[in-house]
Design a protein around this ligand. Structure first.
Ligand code: PLP
Length: 391
């Protein structure tokens, strides 16, 4: 093959895919036999990979050797059956194929009119997710690279909805079990660290409601502007789920935005026990979901849903609207009931829908729900949340 050609012949393209696919399948088939972790000599490996900008072509087979023999094995085997630490990543194969298709056809999905079909696929995926958490038809969403960006988007949506342009009096309520990404989101959204109120959790690692209500009242008395409660549906440490009904009540009484970080636990809504544990999630203003956790999709697939999404979600990304979108595109988008402008800081959301939730169309959600077992008892025990018995 001529590696220095950028326009490849049909035969070469097929050959490259075949070569890559052979290695990929060999890798996936050997996952159960691979160690759960192999990072011995990782530093030496990393140092050996440092190189200047490559001026010359490298044969494809050499690159595959480098990746599959040296680079990939030196890692945590997060997709293997022996890996039970942190968040395991199944990375279902259907999604890899969808990503290949999306990247190969490389359609522009930043504007609805440029790829209406792909935009509609994204809208479908978001509607399915919206239905899973029990949001009404007004629910809207955005596919992101993960829970962190979804939490950031939620904080910005809440800030824009509840606070004036000068928002520095705003205070955010989360628990001592909340994921670090919520703190990062607050910081990226412009809030000083001490605007985050860390509320202690109870014996079951759920946010203490009495302490929360008290702190909101205190802050208000001191002239601050409480505006956002970030609840948990599946904490990263123990899988604890906050009392979401009670948080929804407190948020309503105090006119606060109620966000639920369900990055870890959200898709357990596909099970009866999960629906029971997360009662009240449908009363939230926004929910973070991570298809790359309980839906087994490859890392890099997150989602934010906003209950009353049409205006509130678009307000986050409004800056791009006037500059990019032509009026007929907007009108057409409205008729098709899908987003006019990519609701994401980056511009690849439609292909994310193909590679992400859309890939679930192939195995079907029923199968995903079947292999998503809500762990018995709370808090979750992380090792029990991996695959297993059907409910
Ligand atoms: C509860 C929770 N929220 C947010 C995140 C951040 O998600 P991501 O790593 O997809 O950005 C995680 C990741 O583990 C999580 O467990």
């Amino acid at each position: 093959m001529d590696n220095n050609e950028l326009e490849l012949s049909a035969e070469t393209m097929r050959d490259l895919v075949r070569q890559a696919m052979d290695r990929i399948v060999e890798h996936i088939e050997s996952l159960p036999r691979q160690p759960a972790v192999d990072v011995e000599g990782a530093r030496e490996l990393a140092i050996s990979l440092v190189e200047p900008v490559p001026e010359r072509a490298t044969p494809f087979s050499e690159l595959l050797d480098l990746l599959f023999q040296r680079v990939i094995p030196k890692s945590f085997n997060t997709a293997g059956p022996g890996y039970l630490a942190y968040i395991p990543g199944g990375g279902i194969f259907h999604a890899a194929l969808a990503d290949l298709i999306a990247d190969a056809v490389n359609r522009y999905v930043g504007v609805w009119l440029a790829a209406p079909g792909l935009s509609q696929l994204e809208a479908n995926v978001l509607r399915w997710f919206s239905g899973i958490v029990g949001y009404p038809r007004e629910g809207r969403g955005v596919l992101t690279t993960g829970g962190s960006l979804a939490n950031l988007t939620a904080v910005v949506a809440a800030r824009k909805d509840r606070l004036p342009e000068n928002f520095l009096s705003g205070t955010i309520y989360l628990s001592d079990q909340s994921h670090n990404s919520v703190f990062k989101a607050a910081s990226l959204a412009g809030f000083p660290e001490n605007n985050c109120r860390v509320i202690p959790s109870d014996g079951q690692f759920r946010i203490r409601l009495d302490a929360l209500a008290l702190r909101i009242e205190q802050d208000r008395n001191e002239g601050r502007t409480p505006f956002l409660i970030a609840g948990n549906a599946g904490t990263v440490n123990t899988g604890a789920v906050d009392d979401l009904e009670a948080l929804a009540d407190i948020a309503k009484e105090n006119s606060l935005w109620f966000h639920v970080d369900a990055a870890y636990g959200g898709f357990f809504m596909l099970t009866e026990r999960g629906r029971q544990a997360m009662r009240g999630i449908d009363r939230s203003d926004s929910v973070t979901l991570d298809p790359h956790k309980a839906l087994f999709l490859p890392y890099g697939t997150g989602c934010l849903l906003v209950r009353d999404g049409s205006g509130r979600l678009l307000s986050v990304f409004r800056g791009t609207l006037a500059r990019l979108q032509r009026p007929e595109g907007l009108a057409a988008a409205k008729n098709a009931r899908s987003g006019a402008v990519s609701k994401e800081p980056r511009r690849k959301a439609g292909s994310r829908a193909l590679g992400g939730g859309g890939a679930q169309k192939n195995p079907g959600y029923r199968n995903c729900g079947r292999s998503t077992t809500f762990p018995a008892g709370l808090p979750f025990r992380p090792s029990r949340s991996v695959g297993g018995r059907a409910e």
